[in-house]
Design a binder for this molecule. Structure first.
Ligand SMILES: [Zn+2]
Length: 221
């Protein structure tokens, strides 16, 4: 079994808008606080330092090992190495952790990433390197009632991916349903934690708060 962890807001050393367990380095928080929080995360895991991504809402997937430098530009990481924690940062976007017998992955999937195929790209790369069943956990992320976009963006998105649709009156996108559909289409068993970051003040939410921190989803083979 892989080791899996999702952080919430509390338990860190950041203050103000980033109170307190902010793990994002490019959101305006003091770099010392972020470094402290990343050390806290590492001690919670009792593993080597997690590999973080420089996430760009793209569809690039990178395989890493213990020698790969952190902050590689990608929106998903996979590894077949034991004891190498993979981290995805989010504050509304979907943190998706994937586990197989001899492989794990961490995926950052927001609207753009989903439309760009980040989920299928990740599963394809995993399957090209490893056989066996896969399961995925969708961590705390914005729900279909909270993720309102303007009507044009809504119509463009559901045209590309119909499972994002809710209704044209509220024009909110259902990122979790689209992610579940894509994972299941790739024969991945899915668990959705069902936590909405915008509804639940225990989590950072960019939509709710604007300037805010980032939580982490971490998986270790
Ligand atoms: Zn919500």
């Amino acid at each position: 079994m892989a080791q899996i962890l999702f952080t919430a807001r509390s338990g860190g050393s950041s203050s103000g808008s980033f109170d307190s367990f902010n793990l994002g380095g490019h959101v305006g928080d003091a770099s010392k606080s972020v470094a402290d929080n990343r050390r806290i995360l590492q001690s919670l895991l009792s593993q080597s330092a997690p590999k973080f991504m420089n996430q760009v809402h793209g569809n690039e997937v990178v395989e890493v090992d213990e020698n790969t430098q952190s902050s590689i530009t990608a929106d998903a990481l996979i590894t077949r190495m034991k004891g190498v924690p993979l981290a995805v940062l989010s504050a509304d976007c979907l943190p998706i952790l994937v586990e197989g017998e001899s492989v794990v992955a961490a995926i950052h999937a927001g609207r753009k990433g989903i439309l760009n195929g980040i989920i299928s790209n990740t599963i394809e790369l995993i399957r090209s390197k490893s056989s066996g069943e896969l399961s995925a956990i969708i961590g705390p992320a914005i729900c279909e009632k909270c993720y309102e976009v303007d009507l044009d963006m809504y119509l463009d998105a559901i045209n590309l991916e119909p499972s994002l649709a809710t209704n044209p009156e509220t024009h909110c996108l259902d990122l979790k349903r689209a992610a579940i559909r894509e994972l299941e289409a790739n024969e991945v068993k899915v668990t959705n934690l069902g936590i909405c970051t915008a509804h639940d003040s225990n989590y950072f939410s960019y939509r709710r708060d604007g300037i805010t921190g980032r939580s982490a989803g971490v998986i270790v083979l």
